[in-house]
Write a protein that binds this ligand. Structure first.
Ligand code: 13P
Ligand code: ZN
Length: 271
């Protein structure tokens, strides 16, 4: 058996959580990440028949039965993941009943997966149906994205248009736009269902006065999506109170999307 602390999936989780903490996106226990792992790869580091304990999830994830995920722990600080991955992370498998998680490794102080597991697993299910390559769901609390939700209506067309117009890269990186939910109680099945519903159209979903969700094929892609939204939101919050002299027009957005060959939300442009 190989040393699990050397496993790429552990190292990547340590790196990305440290990075997100340094960016200020994950104060205290803010944020959570889940990554679907390859059973064969996990089997090189763990006896996958050895279940440490079982934990009820509180919802049915029948489409994910048998799938293995590495998931950040509830109440755990991103700041501390790299120092003690075995306590702050866990590797779980969705059991045959669809409603139980089998702990294969981690949560060593008796803890459990993030309180946002419903939003994560429901989003995985939806995104996998759209793109079988999807592996990652990431949630965090980036400053400017959060600030924007204080001053922008809960209207994903309006939000997306603002973000697209802040900088040239936006429409190229997230041509499918950004979904937006009104304020809701977090950590519930309801917000999970609402998030997953948005994930049918978007890889990014903003939670008003809370944060953002991203989904992608790997940690880099998912991080990059959130990073680009946050940069655009920053540009908006830095300049919204000033007279705009130069702007990207709708016809420019169309030209950009066409030049980069991306399939964009045409109904989000006024042309
Ligand atoms: P957890 O500590 O349960 O992951 O919750 C953090 C969070 O960001 C809730 O939305
Ligand atoms: Zn949160």
């Amino acid at each position: 058996m190989k040393n699990i602390f050397e496993a790429p999936f552990i190292k990547e989780m340590c790196e990305v959580t440290a990075n997100m903490y340094c960016l200020g996106w994950d104060e205290r226990n803010g944020g959570n990440i889940s990554v679907m792992l390859d059973e064969k790869e996990v089997g090189e580091y763990l006896d996958i028949n050895d279940v440490i304990r079982t934990i009820p999830t509180g919802f049915d994830a029948k489409e994910l039965i048998g799938k293995i995920f590495i998931v950040t722990g509830t109440g755990k600080y991103f700041k501390n993941v790299a120092k003690d991955p075995e306590n702050n992370l866990g590797i779980i498998r969705i059991a045959e009943d669809g409603t139980t998680a089998e702990l294969l490794w981690g949560y060593s102080d008796g803890g459990k997966f993030t309180s946002e597991l419903p939003a994560h697993l429901m989003s995985h299910t939806v995104r996998l149906a759209i793109n079988p390559e999807n592996r990652v769901v990431m949630h965090c609390h980036p400053d400017y994205t959060l600030a924007m939700t204080q001053v922008c209506e809960v209207d994903e067309r309006k939000l997306t248009r603002i973000l697209w117009k802040q900088m040239t890269e936006s429409i190229v990186v997230f041509p499918d736009g950004v979904g937006m939910l009104p304020w809701m109680v977090c950590g519930t099945n309801d917000i999970g269902i609402a998030t997953a519903e948005k994930m049918k159209q978007y890889r990014l979903v903003v939670w008003t006065l809370h944060g953002i969700y991203g989904a992608g094929k790997d940690l880099d892609e998912t991080f990059g999506l959130i990073e680009t939204v946050e940069k655009a939101a920053k540009m908006y919050m830095l300049t919204a109170h000033l007279p705009a002299v130069n702007t990207i027009e709708d016809k420019d957005l169309k030209a950009l999307a066409e030049a980069f060959g991306v399939d964009y939300r045409k109904d989000f442009l006024d042309l």
